[in-house]
Design a protein around this ligand. Sequence first.
Ligand SMILES: Nc1ncnc2c1ncn2[C@@H]1O[C@H](COP(=O)(O)OP(=O)(O)OP(=O)(O)O)[C@@H](O)[C@H]1O
Ligand SMILES: [Mg+2]
Length: 288
Amino acid sequence: MQVVSIISTKGGVGKTTTAANLGGFAADAGLRVLLLDLDVQPTLSSYFTLAARAPAGIYEMLAYNEQRPEQLVSHTVIERLDLVLSNDDRGELNTLLLHAPDGRLRLRHLLPTLAPRYDLLLIDTQGARSVLLEMAVLASNLALSPVTPEILAARELRRGTLQLIEDIAPYRHLGIEPPPLHLLINRVHPVSSNARLIQRALRQVFQGQSGVRVLDTDVPAIEAYPRAATRGLPVHRVEYRQPAGRAAPAALDTMRALASELFPAWQERFALVNGRGDAGGAGHGQRA
Ligand SMILES: Nc1ncnc2c1ncn2[C@@H]1O[C@H](COP(=O)(O)OP(=O)(O)OP(=O)(O)O)[C@@H](O)[C@H]1O
Ligand SMILES: [Mg+2]
């Protein structure tokens, strides 16, 4: 099971959008995907319509160590796409985990029960530093951080991002390596900005920083993303063809490029995904 946390020290950069669309795309490629909503604001939890809502959610999972899938796991209407709902309405988890000796490792310790059931676990987080965020990163084999071009201009970016990696570094003494951090440039304006220039600038900011990589794939700012969210669909099903006269590629092509860059081992499955959600016979339900 691949575990990816989607993180940022800034809010509103596209974490939830990335989690929902990457999850929906991987599920349509035949992978078994679990979304974990760690944000107090349950945006990811309400992105997709639920086919079956579980009685419990993230609160019971982390506070009471609930592990029974029938209690914990809700099913979305997208086949193979499951969800653990955010239900920490009063925001208690953070304090609870802060004071628990195993707080930051709690999610990591729950992974063995999830691993046989899913190929991919995607963790959406809140746009601020917290124990929950550190817990998510410590459970991941990859951290993915969307960066918008405006934020690139902020001095805060390098400091905030590197501070997080530094803070979890002491866990090396417990044999836990901090995951590599991949930066995804999101919401690039197709007309006014040059994606290559932004990429180069971002690479310069993190030059010489081991463990940080700027992805080659960038995500254009297109109206298909909010439209897909409104319709509760993964964006590749909403825009599978490039609109005439637009420079930016179709959302389907962007999601395929992103998924393939993150998980090259599944590239062949990703190549088969189309806009209909049936992946043209990608071998549904099989293990990758
Ligand atoms: N590539 C894109 N093109 C156009 N709109 C986008 C794109 N990515 C995200 N958005 C829009 O930007 C808004 C913020 O995105 P999103 O909610 O995913 O951010 P977030 O990082 O999860 O925010 P928060 O920190 O509040 O959780 C949403 O309305 C979303 O539809
Ligand atoms: Mg969000």
